[in-house]
Design a protein around this ligand. Structure first.
Ligand code: HEC
Length: 158
């Protein structure tokens, strides 16, 4: 029992530290699908954002083509091309779309990248056990989202 409590305490300490710097996924405020406030409070780095669009991270290009990232192979066509996204959408709208696209586009296939609750069936893919509340990490960190958004705002029509 004592040991369980110690583990619980350690887990919640970790969770608090992980989100101490920004807005936790459950506390993000959406207005018409857009999020005005920076999730991390630290300006995004567009170069880092461009890297996060690639496979193995946000994997955005699995579904979207982006001319500015033409050097990366295998762009998908499930979602619309993102060229000009920085003109079609405001920074707040882009932040909302990346954090939780399902608010801007109900029933979208696009994953919610900054969300840890409300999933229909989350669990550990290996053990098959359901994850307890608070144990699911968002697909992208608050700073990752800011980095991706800062890259998206650079996507203008030429
Ligand atoms: C599984 C496929 C998929 C992935 C992965 C995905 N998206 Fe999407 N995305 C979509 C679809 C589909 C739409 C169109 C909206 C809808 O569902 O109606 C969309 C819409 C968008 C839009 C608005 C499109 C526009 O310009 O009008 C943006 C911006 C966007 N996605 C950014 C991203 C970013 C950034 C990532 C990676 C962090 C990403 N998407 C990952 C499928 C995806």
């Amino acid at each position: 029992m004592k040991q369980t409590l110690a583990i619980l305490a350690a887990t919640s300490l970790f969770a608090t530290a992980a989100f101490a710097e920004g807005i936790a996924p459950g506390d993000v405020e959406f207005v018409d699908g857009a999020v005005e406030t920076s999730l991390s409070g630290v300006p995004g780095n567009p170069e880092k954002g461009a890297e996060l669009m690639n496979k193995g991270a946000g994997n955005c290009i699995a579904c979207h083509s982006v001319e500015a990232l033409a050097h990366l192979p295998f762009h998908g066509e499930v979602g619309p091309p993102l060229d000009g996204a920085g003109e079609r959408w405001s920074e707040a709208e882009l932040r909302g779309i990346v954090a939780n696209a399902k608010i801007m586009f109900p029933d979208s296939m696009m994953p919610s990248f900054y969300k840890t609750t409300g999933f229909i069936r989350v669990g550990d893919g290996y053990t098959g056990k359901a994850a307890a509340a608070g144990e699911v990490a968002p697909l992208l960190s608050a700073q990752d989202v800011e980095d991706v958004v800062s890259f998206l705002v650079t996507l203008k029509y030429d």
